[in-house]
Design a protein around this ligand. Sequence first.
Ligand code: HOZ
Length: 428
Amino acid sequence: MNRERSEKLFTQAQRYLPGGVSSPVRAFKAVGGNPLFIRKGAGSKIYDEDGNQFIDYVCSWGPLILGHCHPKIVAALKKVVEQGISFGAPTELETTLAKAICTAMPSIEMLRFVSSGTEAAMSAIRLARAFTARDKVVKFAGGYHGHSDGLLARAGSGVATLGIPDSAGVPSNYTQNTLVTPYNNTEAVEQLFKRYPGQIAAIIVEPMAANMGVVPPQPGFLKRLRRLTEEFGALLIFDEVITGFRVAYGGAQALYGITPDLTCLGKIIGGGLPVGAYGGRKDIMQMIAPLGSVYQAGTLSGNPLAMTAGISTLKILSQPEVYNQLEARSSLLEKGIAAIAAKAGVVVQVPRVGSALTVFFCQESVLNYEVAKRADTKLYSKFFQQLLSGGIYWPPSQFEAAFVSLTHTTEDIQTTVEAIGKALKSAL
Ligand code: HOZ
């Protein structure tokens, strides 16, 4: 596979961008080799600068549930761009998207748009602290809630990928109120509430962890978190930046039947444009300025382009059969991987919820970050490289999810499974 132009562009990029990238995981550092520079996308495929074609399972890290360049999203964006890109003033589009989100997720009575998932989580925590008049926050090891200082403690995603336990540059007193505990372990959470009575403002949790690879919640885990927060007067914050409109139209909260107090969103609600949102109970959301005393603002928040892409995306996702189709294709992929790995004599775990999944090379089922970290990441790297050479763009990190879009065809899945079979044979 010719990678000449990507190599050249990467050399140039490194002169001006740290590591040659705008976000760490895409630099391929954990899996070796240099990143490919992407020129265009269409449906389930992306094309690099050397003209190589790949079936894409990164899907911009989640937002592109409709695949690349969906004609309806492109048309809507073309139309809106000619009317003005940003005003820094209210538009009807914000209310339209907010209404669609609140209808899909009834726990969200009001919401505030921001420009990234990081901002959403950071602001939701500030709000929870103000509402409860408490400082401490519980998060789970391997959970990722963006890169704000207080949440960069044993975080997943790029932090896990690069093996950085706690980021440099974060003063220790910024994380002293962040209590980190194992995912899928409710006893440990209960102990924290007993150890810090009246001090915990909130639990922030990915209802399906997706930043230590996909790790589904164990039965009863989320329900117990809901009970404990109620019992001890804390708020339950679901970080649905990845799961919102991904695992079900109503997100993980609809799938698992749990009502959080606050929800963080991003990715899909912006249809591929920079966006985030946090929302929830009206009595809590009314504390945000200008109604209340919790300050949070953003020049590009709710900008017309992101709102338009989000509205058009949700409109398509609200059609019947969409999630059944995603489930059918994703299940085919999961089963195909399991079967081809068994044939190759490789033990794999393929946790999947809807159209998000991860391949872990390990014997035990992955319940939390400790187990995820024990998976064979060296084998994952070889697997990744082999897949890339075989025309499959898989996440360049063990600790990220692979995503299936509505444009992945049965043929794409079959091609992928065959490539995985070959990759496993060569990687061993
Ligand atoms: N950390 C994000 C995925 N969970 C984005 C990674 C990237 O764009 O490099």
